[in-house]
Design a protein around this ligand. Structure first.
Ligand code: NOJ
Ligand code: CA
Length: 710
């Protein structure tokens, strides 16, 4: 990893009451002030207040709070400037340039020390608390973090409830003042998950002020700490941190020296700047993995959508093993719907090989599903026992012969201790059978009871699983784990997370058509999402007559998602039989890159539309994706990002004139043009639609013959 750090650190004792810091280009200004012993900060962007004076501090369990009575002992500033290369990413290089202010506070009555470190970038602010090693604060328990973000008005907000156990909600768009009343109406996506806490909203929280400024609040480097939600005060529009508790309500077990995660505020007049900000990644540490050659982007298909739609089953038998009186199924008949059988998996491998996919995910390959669905016991999976119709060795060799890898699936059923007990054996089993990536999952209440998906205990587990996977050179895509906070900079084998409402919900009743115009501004601020796009058959009943769900999208929009929802791990989620009916549109999924040299936002308005253009890493090809909400809209873009002296063919996959996400989702047009840096496009997008464009460099001019110029 190439880094060019420039460091100047000055620490001086101070008498002044207010400290000021400017971002490198001067656009942001931070003020830190001890207000009668209470630490506060304020953030401005070009004279506009983004965060009004807000308090900082903690309530501790059975100890005096760290909220007031402070004196400023020392302050220091430094500047930092580096350019680093992510293992995979939206851009080939990332600039990490900021000015930093460190304030060292002392509470004379307790002789305790609390430091706060602010980093001001040209696109926003990051700050964290640091508890240095000290005699009077060793072990302590956080009752609540009391970090405020005082908004200056009743901003438009894109939010989901501050649930401790699921992030799989549709977004609500409302004023800050309406959050608590609308919260009552927010539907719990998984009714079995209890208790449901309606205390605030999740981050990344996206807002827009009346003056048109975009503000985004999230956290970075969530390690050994509880995930933060934000309580909304609908009268004064102050947001206050609300950490995920444990079974007895404690929010964090600490031992100094220890730092909290970073709290981030990204702001701009331009929505695209929010999407392109690298603050979250920059506030994570560089990786110390010596060898990263085994970490690669993955394009995959999977034995998956057929189970999600209910056409097939994960379980081999519907009878729980306790009722069968055995845990070995070798002489048990399959239920006739078990998709993860060798023959069927081979069909997927063939399809993957034919169309150049890297991997095939197979869910439902291992024993335990019958018990889990039968709810007979907490301990269900051991992650090494295949069902009798899934021949591990035969499939390993078959996949190898076709130059395709199988992707492992570990559904933990939320039983974290059980997973940790089996983890070494499970990963070794993968290595032995030629798997190098795992999709893990944490469906249902966390076991042991009382822990939550976003509490400190579970957070520690996700990182433990990730580091252990690295020991075995395994890449991880964790579903239902905590929302990402840029950890992939340090642990680049975290190539995906779900941690939001993905395509699967389209088969559980449907998602709002504007969902994919909001996700880039919220969930994806923290890191890539395994959204699983590529649904070409929106009518779910075609697969399972008992399921009348409808995927709220046009086919053209599904293609766009490969560009608009960035991920180095991309699935083509629909069934091979369906792709075979639309091979012309499927070509885009085959062509689209996974790793990028450069990314641009051409148009963006959260909740309405997003248009990205991205340049493939190591080539001159570009890909464009546009996702629309439920309104018909026309997108207008210029191709001025193309190289002046290169020739390209653009293939435009768009909604047909009469396309509509409900009425006519499969109507698409495919047109080819010769394009250059002076080309312009005005493209109609249907309700719930969008478009995708591949722009492939042409070196042989004869290929351009007969093509119209755009
Ligand atoms: C939920 C995951 O999001 C989904 O992709 C998976 O198929 C099921 N859990 C079963 O593990
Ligand atoms: Ca899920």
């Amino acid at each position: 990893m190439k880094r060019i750090p420039l460091l100047i650190l000055i620490l001086v004792p101070v008498l002044a009451i207010a400290q000021q810091l400017q971002s490198p280009n001067g656009s942001f200004e931070l003020q830190f002030r001890l207000d009668d012993g209470i630490p506060t900060y304020q953030l401005n962007l070009n004279e506009e207040t983004i965060v009004a004076k807000s308090k900082l501090g903690f309530d501790l369990k059975d100890m005096q709070s760290l909220r007031s009575g402070f004196i400023l002992k020392e302050e220091g500033t430094r500047s930092f400037d580096e350019t680093w290369e992510p293992v995979w990413g939206e851009t080939k290089t990332i600039k990490n340039k900021y000015n930093e202010l460190l304030v060292q506070l002392e509470q004379p009555t307790t002789k305790r020390v609390l430091n706060i470190r602010f980093r001001l970038f040209d696109d926003g602010l990051g700050f964290r608390y640091e508890f240095p090693e000290q005699p009077n604060l060793t072990h302590f328990v956080i009752k609540e973090e009391q970090t405020e973000f005082a908004m200056t008005g009743d901003h438009k907000t894109f939010w989901i409830p501050g649930d401790y156990d699921t992030q799989e909600y549709d977004y609500t768009t409302s004023k800050l003042s309406e959050v608590s009343s609308l919260m009552q109406k927010a539907v719990t996506p998984n009714a079995s998950q209890t208790p449901f806490s309606k205390t605030g909203v999740q981050t990344a929280l996206m807002m827009k002020t009346d003056s048109g400024t975009f503000i985004n609040i999230h956290e970075a480097a969530l390690i050994a700490y509880s995930c933060m939600h934000l309580d909304v005060n609908e009268k004064n529009f102050t947001l206050t941190s609300h950490l995920t508790p444990d079974a007895v309500g404690n929010k964090g077990y600490m031992q100094a020296p220890r730092n909290t995660p970073w709290r981030t505020v990204i702001a701009s007049k331009n929505a695209g700047d929010i999407l392109l900000s690298n603050i979250t990644l920059n506030l994570n540490e560089p990786t110390d993995y010596q060898d990263v050659s085994w970490i690669r982007p993955v394009k995959y298909i999977g034995v998956w959508w057929e189970m999600i739609t209910g056409k097939s089953s994960w379980a081999y038998t519907d009878i729980p093993s306790v009722k069968l009186g055995k845990t070995n199924f070798s002489d048990t008949k399959p239920n006739g719907k078990h998709a993860a059988n060798s023959q069927h998996v081979k069909e997927y491998i063939d399809f993957a090989a034919k169309h150049g996919f890297d991997q095939v995910l197979v869910e439902g390959w291992n024993e335990g599903w019958e018990d889990w669905f039968g709810k007979s016991k907490d301990y269900v999976f051991d992650f090494i026992a295949p069902y009798p119709d899934f021949d591990v060795v035969e499939l390993r060799d078959y996949a190898k012969s076709k130059n395709v890898k199988l992707m492992m699936h570990h559904e933990t059923s939320g039983s974290i201790r059980n997973y940790e007990r089996h983890m070494d054996k499970a990963y070794q089993f993968m290595v032995d059978n030629n798997y190098n990536s795992v999709k893990s999952g944490y469906v249902g209440d966390i076991i042991p009871r009382g822990e939550y998906h976003y509490g400190q205990w579970a957070i520690n587990h996700y990182l433990y699983a990730l580091k252990k996977a690295a020991d075995y050179k395994i890449m991880v895509n964790a579903h239902e784990a905590v929302r990402p906070t840029g950890l992939s900079r340090t642990y680049p084998n975290l190539i995906g997370n779900e941690s939001a409402r993905g395509t699967e919900y389209e088969a559980f009743g449907g998602s709002n058509p504007d969902h994919t115009t909001i996700l880039p501004f919220t969930r994806l601020i923290g890191g890539p999402m395994d959204y699983t796009p590529g649904i070409f058959e929106p009518d779910v009943s075609k697969y399972n007559p008992q399921n009348n769900s409808w995927v709220n999208t046009t086919i053209a929009r599904q293609l766009a998602l490969y560009v608009t929802l960035y991920s180095p791990l991309q699935m083509a989620a629909d069934l091979p039989e369906t792709y075979n009916k639309h091979l012309d549109a499927f070509q885009f999924i085959k062509d689209v890159a996974l790793d990028w040299e450069a990314s641009l936002v051409l148009e963006a308005e959260p909740g309405d539309f997003v248009t990205y253009a991205r340049k493939e890493k190591g080539s001159n090809n570009w890909f464009i994706g546009r996702t629309n909400d439920e309104e018909p809209r026309t997108s207008k873009i210029a191709f001025d990002f193309l190289d002046d002296d290169k020739k390209y063919i653009a293939t435009i996959y768009s909604d047909a004139k009469d396309a509509h996400y409900k009425k006519n989702p499969k109507a698409y047009d495919i047109k080819k043009y010769r394009v250059s840096s002076s080309s312009k496009l005005s493209q109609y997008c249907a309700p719930g639609g969008g478009y995708a464009i591949s722009i492939l460099e042409v070196t042989d001019s004869s290929q351009l013959k007969g093509l119209k110029r755009l």
